[in-house]
Every structure is written in structure tokens, then in C-alpha cells.
Design a binder for this molecule. Structure first.
Ligand code: ADP
Ligand code: MG
Length: 581
């Protein structure tokens, strides 16, 4: 029921399907409830009175009603399926859209394996629940109450038997529900875990082979799969044990009714037909409960799934609400960027000392080229990711064009900033498609110009079909340096006011890198931030910022740093040899 409450926002537009389906199922139950009455009539008024035409006509009526009841059930199922698929299509679309808006912080919390299962198997489970719910949510209580009223009317003296049987069955079913709910939540968590392990293994297959870690990985998988099997077995045992117990209980109930009711018939207090009808009505009371027990695994699973789906939709885009806030002025001159005493930590509960970057004060004048230099893990990527608000500063202010980024419209901010990420992801499709990713309306000339500037034109034209050549998922058929150059070109195509290259030339040879850098000199009204580990990348910049363990340790032009900063001198010496001065 909880699952139904959670899914209601998506189901509401289709409530008519659900209502019509439920109505059809109620009609089906009402028809079914007349069958025992007709049975009773055949026995008492037909067989006992030896009236064969009444037996025949009543039996015929019975067949007609049974067919009508089945037709109603079929209509109800059909409407249920429609209801479920409409609802689920909307839910899936929203969910997918929502995943697109998740910030880097959200994605740090939910692994892609988790998101994948939630979008696929969880959604499927909720679909089955929905289509069945339409037929049974209303039908079960109606059938239960209807049959209860009927048995009270037939023979009150037999009702206590039912009143003993029903609570016992209810308690049993309830126990199984509670137990398996707990288990299903855990089961799903373990399925997530298994998926994550699987995904890591498939994506990291080369690394695993290179490090000869297959055995370790197989063991890790075995543990995850074993945990899953344990829980799945437990749930199924629980449900499997429930059925024979329920059948035993209801058989005992029927025996008791025949025993006491048989006495009533002999005493003349009850007709034979009514005794048979009473037993049939008992089935109407027991059946819904059994059915509920049968549906139970599905209900629990769907409830757990829905909770997990809502976890994704509740994962609010940490950083921002879509289109709110001021837009950056378009057309005006270059944008300057400043950091004012900025701290950032990835974990919400981290101490100041654990921040990935600490006390950053930095002003990057509009139109200038600045290099951020530092060892791996010194916080370079963290620093630049704050500019387009992939993350929000934990403390302090980041300004673009003089405005606090938190006051700016996210789309406008991101359109103004082109960032080539440290690990560029290329999509399956043609080279040209990838280059147009940020600006689908770019002309052929524009993409060729960008590719030329990024030193990618030559190898692209050398590929089999030039710009129409296929790139495989993740850019698997290109070298690291080629991927990086396409990623640079892709960023240049957007023609933003701020360009950020996060270690974007790390896999490119020095000579090509030098050529790529020539373009930065020609871009006068673009603010460029180059992140690098190699000092050669930084040489052409107007200013160099030296980052060490999350803090700025030196800042100035190459010449200044060479004179004043011992760390810079050391890096220079280790990478390029003795400085010539
Ligand atoms: P750089 O780009 O200079 O190599 P990063 O900015 O990537 O450095 O990392 C700085 C620090 O922040 C490192 O200690 C790293 O482990 C940590 N870090 C980076 N990304 C994350 C993340 N998504 N979640 C938690 N910690 C992270
Ligand atoms: Mg980095």
C-alpha cells in the first residue's frame, strides 16, 4: 500500500483506467458471490424436489453468470495493464530525466550500478504490482465482506468456526508479510551490491587482467552472490511454508463446518443446499487471504523497489534548482573569476583540516590565461569543478563575472564555461556528433576549425571515413591522446567565455601540446584555465598558481616564481632540467 502511495503522483493522470478496472473487478466478484446461492437452489429446490427443469435452467444461468464474471475479470486485467504501463512510462521518463540533473555530489553517493537497477528491475517490479493492484485492491475486501455477510445470514451458529479460522490465517499471513518485507529490503540492497561488483568488473576488465586479480574478483563476486542467494532462499522458504499451512487450516475449518453443520441439517435447522453454499462462501473468505499471501512476495518486492526509486527522485540535485537566478550577460567582454577564501570537502561531516581545498584566494582577470600546477591529489580538479558549480563551495565564495555563482542561473553559467574534463567521456556515434555535443547547430566549418586548433584534424581525416568515422562507446577505439584532443575540440566548438582544461593534454606529446597552446594566445576575450602536472603546459600562461595539498603555495608569472619559489624551482629542475637564466 505504501508503494501505491509513493507512486500516486505518476499514476494520478491515469486514475480512470484504475477506477474502471476496479469497478469491473467488483462486478466480477458480485457475480461470483451469486454462484453459491444458485448451488443452494439447485440442491434444495431442484434435486430435493426432483424438479429437473429447475436444475437445468439454474445450471444454465450459472454458466452464463460465470462467463460474464470471467469477462469482467478479463476487462479488469486489461485496464490494469494499461494503467500500469502508462504510469510506468511516465515514471521511467521522469526518473531518467532526474538522473540527468543529478549533481556530481549525488553521483558520488549513488553508484551507476544502483541507478541502473533502479531504472530497470525496480521499475519492472512496480509495473507488475500496479497491473495486479487494479484487479485486486477493491476485489479482495468486497469478496471478503460479501461472503462474511452471506454466512451470517445462512447460519449464525456456524460463524464462530470461521471467526476462529480467519484470525489464525490473518496472523500467519501478517507474520510472513512483516518478515519478508524486511528480507526484501535487504535482498534489494544485496542485488545492488552484486550489480556494482559486476559493473566494476566489466568496466575494469583490462585492469583486473593486468594486475592478475581475477581470483580476487571471482571471490568478491562469490561473496556478493552468496549473500544474495542466502536471503532469496530464506524469503522463498517462508512463503513456501505458508501455503500448506493455509490449506491445512482451511481444510480443518471445512471439516468442522461439516461436522456441526451436518448436525444442524439432521436437526432440520439448516437445508442441505445452504450447508454446501456455506462451505463455498468460506472459500470466498479464505481465498482472498491466500491470494494475498500469494501476492505477498510481489507486494513486498514492489514496495521495496518503489522506496528505492523514490530515493533516486528524492536525491535533490544538491547544487541547484534548474533555471533560477540571474543570467550572465551575453556579448559583454571577458569574464573574470575569483575565489574568496574558499574551502571544499567531499564529505558533509568532514573537518576543516580534511578539506580537499583550503583557504583559496585567487583572482583570474578576464581574458587572461592561467595555469594551475600541482601534483596528483593536490585539489586541482576540485578547484576548477567549483566554477561551473559541479559542486558548491563548503565555505567562501566563487564569483564569475563578479557575481556569486550561487546567484547565477545554472544553464547560463554552464553555457558560458567550457570544461574539458580530466577523463573525457566520448559517446558512441560519429566524430562529428561528438564534436557537436555541446552545440548541435555548429557548422561543418566550425567543427573543422575547432578540431584543427586542437590538433585533431589530421588524425581525424586519416581515419577511415574522416569526420563521419565511428567512435565506440567511451571512445574505446581511440588512443588517450586522441580522445583528449577530441574532447578539447568539443569544448572549443561551444565557443564559451571561459575555457577550462583539466589535465586535458596529459596524454598528448609535448610537441602537439605546444601547438594546441598556440590557440590560447589567439583567444583574447576568453578566460583560460589550464590545469596541469607538467610545467611545460604552464609556461605560456600569464600567471601560474602552484597548488599543494589543497592550498595555494605560490602564485605569479613563470619568471617571478623561478626567482621566488623554491618549490617551483624544484619542480622546474625535476621536469625540465637546470633553469637557464
Ligand atoms: P587533482 O585533480 O589535483 O589530482 P583532486 O581535486 O581530484 O586532485 O583531488 C583532491 C582530493 O580530493 C584528493 O585527496 C582526492 O582523493 C579527493 N577527491 C577527489 N574527488 C573526490 C570525490 N568525488 N569524492 C571524495 N573525495 C574526492
Ligand atoms: Mg585532477
Amino acid at each position: 500500500m505504501n508503494a501505491i502511495r509513493l507512486i500516486w503522483p505518476w499514476a494520478r493522470p491515469y486514475w480512470r483506467f484504475a477506477a474502471a478496472g476496479s469497478l469491473a473487478s467488483v462486478v466480477a466478484v458480485l457475480i461470483n458471490l451469486t454462484i453459491p446461492l444458485l448451488t443452494s437452489r439447485i440442491i434444495d429446490e431442484g434435486i430435493a424436489a426432483e424438479d429437473s427443469s429447475l436444475v437445468f435452467s439454474t445450471a444454465l444461468l450459472m454458466i452464463g453468470l460465470i462467463i460474464a464474471g470471467m469477462a469482467c475479470s478479463a476487462i479488469s486485467s486489461l485496464l490494469g495493464v494499461r494503467f500500469a504501463f502508462h504510469t510506468i512510462t511516465d515514471l521511467r521518463r521522469d526518473l531518467y530525466g532526474h538522473v540527468q540533473t543529478l549533481s556530481f555530489g549525488n553521483l558520488d553517493r549513488l553508484t551507476s550500478g544502483e541507478i541502473l537497477t533502479r531504472l530497470t528491475s525496480d521499475v519492472t517490479k512496480v509495473t507488475s504490482l500496479l497491473s495486479i493492484a487494479v484487479s485486486f485492491v477493491v476485489q479482495i475486501p468486497v469478496s471478503f465482506v460479501g461472503a462474511l455477510v452471506a454466512i451470517v445470514l445462512i447460519d449464525v451458529s456456524l460463524v464462530p468456526i470461521v471467526f476462529v479460522m480467519v484470525p489464525v490465517i490473518m496472523i500467519l499471513v501478517w507474520y510472513v508479510i512483516v518478515r519478508s518485507n524486511v528480507l526484501y529490503d535487504r535482498l534489494q540492497g544485496r542485488l545492488d551490491r552484486l550489480n556494482t561488483v559486476l559493473q566494476e568488473n566489466i568496466q575494469g576488465a583490462e585492469v583486473i587482467k593486468a594486475f592478475v586479480r581475477q581470483d580476487h574478483e571471482i571471490e568478491r563476486f562469490d561473496v556478493a552472490a552468496g549473500d544474495l542467494a542466502d536471503d532469496a532462499t530464506l524469503v522463498n522458504q517462508l512463503v513456501a511454508a505458508l501455503f500448506p499451512t493455509l490449506i491445512l487450516l482451511s481444510s480443518m475449518g471445512i471439516a468442522a463446518v461439516l461436522w456441526i453443520g451436518g448436525g444442524n441439517v439432521i436437526d432440520g435447522d439448516l437445508s442441505q443446499g445452504d450447508l454446501v453454499a456455506f462451505i463455498q462462501f468460506m472459500a470466498f473468505i479464505a481465498m482472498p487471504m491466500m491470494f494475498f499471501a500469494f501476492l505477498q512476495p510481489l507486494l513486498s518486492a514492489a514496495g521495496a523497489s518503489m522506496k528505492r526509486i523514490v530515493e533516486v527522485t528524492n536525491e535533490d540535485a544538491d547544487v541547484m534548482v534548474a533555471e533560477q537566478g540571474e543570467s550572465l550577460p551575453t556579448g559583454a567582454g571577458p569574464l573574470d573569476i575569483s575565489f574568496e577564501n574558499v574551502y571544499f570537502h567531499y564529505r558533509a561531516d568532514a573537518e576543516h583540516a580534511e578539506c580537499a581545498i583550503r583557504g583559496i584566494d585567487l583572482h583570474i582577470p578576464g581574458g587572461s590565461t592561467i595555469a594551475i600546477l600541482g601534483a596528483t591529489g593536490s585539489g586541482k580538479s576540485t578547484l576548477v569543478n567549483l566554477i561551473p558549480r559541479f559542486y558548491d563551495a563548503s565555505y567562501g565564495t566563487v564569483r564569475v563575472g563578479g557575481k556569486d555563482v550561487r546567484d547565477l542561473n545554472k544553464s547560463s553559467l554552464r553555457r558560458s564555461i567550457g570544461i574539458a574534463l580530466q577523463e573525457p567521456y566520448l559517446f558512441s556515434g560519429s566524430v562529428a556528433d561528438n564534436l557537436r555535443f555541446g552545440r548541435p547547430d555548429a557548422t561543418d566549418d566550425e567543427i573543422v576549425a575547432a578540431a584543427t586548433a586542437a590538433q585533431a584534424h589530421d588524425f581525424i581525416t586519416a581515419m577511415e571515413s574522416g569526420y563521419d568515422s565511428t567512435i565506440e562507446q567511451g571512445g574505446a577505439n581511440l588512443s588517450g591522446g586522441q580522445r583528449q584532443r577530441i574532447a578539447i575540440a568539443r569544448t572549443l566548438v561551444v565557443d564559451p567565455k571561459v575555457l577550462i582544461f583539466d589535465d586535458s593534454t596529459s596524454a598528448v606529446d609535448l610537441e602537439t601540446e605546444a601547438k594546441i597552446q598556440e590557440i590560447f594566445d589567439s583567444l583574447t576575450d576568453v578566460t583560460v584555465i589550464l590545469v596541469a602536472q607538467r610545467i611545460s603546459t604552464a609556461l605560456g600562461a600569464d600567471a601560474i598558481v602552484l597548488l599543494d595539498d589543497g592550498e595555494i603555495v605560490a602564485q605569479g608569472t613563470h619568471a617571478e616564481l623561478l626567482l621566488t619559489s623554491p618549490i617551483y624551482q624544484e619542480i622546474y629542475r625535476s621536469q625540465l632540467g637546470e633553469p637557464v637564466s
